[in-house]
Structures are given as C-alpha cells and as structure tokens.
Ligand binder design. Structure first.
Ligand code: FES
Length: 142
C-alpha cells in the first residue's frame, strides 16, 4: 500500500541582506539545526518588502511568509525597517480581512550575529504553520 507523504509547510523568507540574511548564513555555517521549509529571498532592506510580494507568495501556494530585517534603529537606510513594520501591520489586517490566518505572516528582527535566533524563528514558524495547516485560500485560483 502506498504511503502518503506528510505535509510540510512551505515558507518564503524576505530577508534584509545586512542582517537576517547574514544570520541565516551564519546559522548554516555554524550548523544550527532548523527546518528546511524556508526558501529565502535576499533584499537590500526589509523596507523593500511590498505587500504585493506577500499576497503573491500566498497565491503561489506558500503557507507562510517571514519578513526579517535589522533591529529598529539599525537599518542601513535609516527608516526602512520602520516602513516595513508599518506595512507588516497593515498587511496582517488585510490578510485577516481576506480570510487568511494572520499568523501566516510573521516578522522578526534578527541581526547578523544571531544565527541561533534565526534558526529558532524558522523552527517556531514551521511548527505554528503545521498547526494551522496548508494555505488553501487561493487554491481555486490556479
Ligand atoms: Fe536591514 Fe533596512 S537595511 S532592515
């Protein structure tokens, strides 16, 4: 009898190259264990994340979206992460309005030296998405 493969959530991470992307790299090089459920897109700043990127990722079938950037006050472009934070809050509300569990969108400040924190964030998000289940809202659009 054929065994069904266990479902695994797919996460897309939009990471600032100055901090969180470097943290992801550090997590890898220092062999921190975290789920391989995340695919990473490197951006110049978390402020570059457009809400449309998030909606598009969910439409493409990703189960969760992570935005990660420099700590407040440490953005290389001064206010990019403040902009990201405002957009994040608004996009979460929009997702809720659309019937998407807002936990599918998460954000975390992770500095370049925090490989362990990055691994922890991905591990926690993966576990939470497993509880929520697959993203089916846009399944009929395909
Ligand atoms: Fe990292 Fe702006 S440069 S969040």
């Amino acid at each position: 009898m054929e065994q069904k493969e266990a479902w695994e959530p797919k996460i897309i991470g939009f990471l600032c190259k100055w901090c969180s992307y470097a943290a992801a790299d550090l997590a890898g090089t220092s062999r921190k264990k975290y789920p391989s459920n995340i695919g990473i897109i490197k951006l110049p700043c978390s402020g570059r994340v457009d809400p449309l990127f998030i909606i598009r990722a969910l439409r493409l079938g990703f189960d969760g979206v992570l935005i990660s950037g420099c700590y407040p006050g440490e953005c290389h472009y001064q206010t990019g992460n403040y902009r990201a934070r405002r957009r994040f809050a608004i996009t979460k509300k929009l997702l809720e309005y659309m019937g998407v569990d807002p936990r599918r969108l998460q954000a975390s400040w992770v500095s370049a030296s925090e490989g362990e924190k990055f691994a922890h964030v991905v591990t926690q998000m993966t576990a939470q998405l497993k509880e929520i289940g697959p993203n089916r809202l846009f399944a009929d659009d395909k």
